[in-house]
Design a protein around this ligand. Structure first.
Ligand code: SF4
Length: 479
């Protein structure tokens, strides 16, 4: 056979006032691994979120590449496109295998086949499984030897292969992400995960997996954290700094600071090599283990933005949700970080099952007492594949019946898992926004410390849209 042609597609759409489009990191790491492991491979990447193609256009673009294997990756919020997209792909690429991976596939597993006619579902980490699937092509029967995948045989049977999908144990064995497969400069015109629009940056991951067990969270990469060594992290920074002439790096780890020693080693190496960089950690560092020493080290190598996840100000809910954050230590870390003039984006959630008015107020109080520059008050939403979803299914199944994930905006106020009336929960969310933002000192700090002041005019409309979300909408609760 000539070269096997593989197309990897990240599904997602941009909203007009929320122009987020970030490099599809999972796909870029995956592509780099496949290219190294397999010869005679031709790989193409499409990020629907960047292109904003509708499903017709997307299927046309995919067919132009004439792929042998089409790998679709999606979040649950964009999975509603699959029942339209997959039949179109069957028409334009009748010989191709269609695979589904990413968070939605991990969450719903073989239920995918109820809605769409794909060939293989790959839950969890994809590198090793995808390599084996490509090696199997075009003999479907060979798929039976790949642990943990779910596939449809030629006679239409859905087969759950036994065993667990193997994961990459030594993360340093992975090659650098295949940035050459995308036009990175196109992403610099949009917003990254950090609340900054239009800047030159490179996104990276320095770890996979998370040992915490927050009940709303999936565990695609497992409950054991695997980390790149400090040496490898700094090698990667140095490589991409030269390749793209950038100084700004955005780390998207779930727990960059889990290993305190490693953070300090990274800082030492950056200094030793004389790298002049800027770092953002928008997806949050773990606040209650961020010591003064660690924050000093991060600040010393150019950290200018950190996300901190409080989620709830209620000690009872911290236990109930298994987040188990030490709120006092968390607030202290936020304080230390703010003193370094690092911009802090805080994350809170409102509307946990069993949450009371007093507990909603506790979250508002802690957020307002904190030195966050901005805060998001997200609505608690149970996604399939999470312990929260299972809890709701067991205890409040009627809430799931009405839930509609399609194109859901996480900050929208239309899900209510509490026992409180909708209007009470949503009024607390509005109150949280008002109390947090209608504060001259907060606004002054926010404007003074915004990390890229010249870019503030680009972000301000997005910020106003987000900060006022739900303040005067009349969205009907869907749960
Ligand atoms: S929410 Fe964050 S800290 Fe909690 S389990 Fe998920 S990744 Fe880990």
């Amino acid at each position: 056979m000539t070269k096997k042609k593989i197309i990897l597609v990240n599904l997602g759409l941009r909203r007009p006032l929320y122009p987020l489009a970030t490099p599809p990191m999972g796909i870029l790491y995956l592509s780099a691994y496949l290219r190294r492991e397999l010869k005679d491979l031709d790989i193409c990447v499409i990020n629907q979120r960047l292109e904003n193609y509708d499903v017709e256009e997307l299927s046309k673009q995919i067919s132009k590449f004439a792929p042998h294997i089409i790998c679709l990756s999606t979040l649950t919020t964009f999975a509603y496109q699959l029942p339209n997209l997959v039949p179109l792909l069957r028409e334009v690429c009748p010989e191709s295998w269609i695979l589904l991976g990413g968070p939605h596939a991990s969450a719903v597993r073989d239920n995918v086949f109820n809605d769409v006619d794909v060939d293989v579902v790959v839950p969890g980490e994809g590198e090793i499984a995808l390599k084996q699937i490509i090696e199997s092509y075009p003999e479907k029967g060979n798929l039976q030897n790949i642990q943990g995948i779910i596939w449809k045989s030629s006679d239409g049977q859905i087969i759950n292969n036994p065993g667990m999908l193997p994961m990459i144990e030594e993360l340093d064995e992975l090659p650098f992400p295949a940035y050459d497969l995308i036009d990175l400069s196109r992403y610099w015109k949009h917003q990254s995960i950090a609340p900054i629009v239009r800047r030159k940056y490179v996104s990276l991951f320095s770890s996979r997996g998370c040992p915490y067990q927050c009940m709303w969270c999936h565990s695609i990469f497992g409950r054991k954290i695997r980390m790149h060594s400090a040496e490898r992290v700094v090698d990667e920074i140095e490589f991409f700094a030269k390749k793209y002439n950038v100084t700004d790096f955005e780390f998207l780890d779930d727990n960059f600071n889990f290993n305190q020693r490693r953070v300090i080693e990274i800082a030492e190496l950056v200094h030793k090599r004389g790298l002049k960089i800027e770092l953002a950690f928008p997806t949050a560092i773990r606040g209650d283990i961020a010591t003064q020493e660690v924050i000093d080290a991060m600040h010393s190598i150019g950290t200018y933005l950190c996300g901190f996840s409080l989620e709830t100000g209620s000690p009872r809910l911290q236990k109930f949700t298994c987040k188990r954050l030490d709120i006092d230590k968390f607030l202290k870390a936020v304080e230390i970080t703010a003193k370094k003039n690092i911009y802090i984006t805080g994350f809170c959630m409102m509307g946990f099952p069993t949450e009371t008015e007093e507990e909603l107020q506790q979250t508002i109080d802690v957020a307002c007492k904190s030195r966050f520059h901005t805060a998001s008050f997200f609505t608690v939403t149970p996604f399939p594949g999470t312990p929260l979803y299972e809890w709701v299914k067991e205890n409040k199944p009627e809430k799931l019946e009405k839930l509609n994930y399609n194109n859901m905006d996480f900050s929208a106020m239309n899900v209510n898992l509490t026992d409180l009336p909708d209007k009470v929960l949503f009024s607390y969310q509005r109150k949280a926004m008002k109390k947090f933002y209608v504060d001259p000192i907060r606004i002054y700090r926010l404007l003074r410390s915004y990390p890229k002041p010249l870019l503030l005019p680009y972000y301000l409309p997005i910020f106003i849209h987000r900060a006022t979300k739900g303040l005067w909408n009349s969205e009907k609760p869907n749960c």
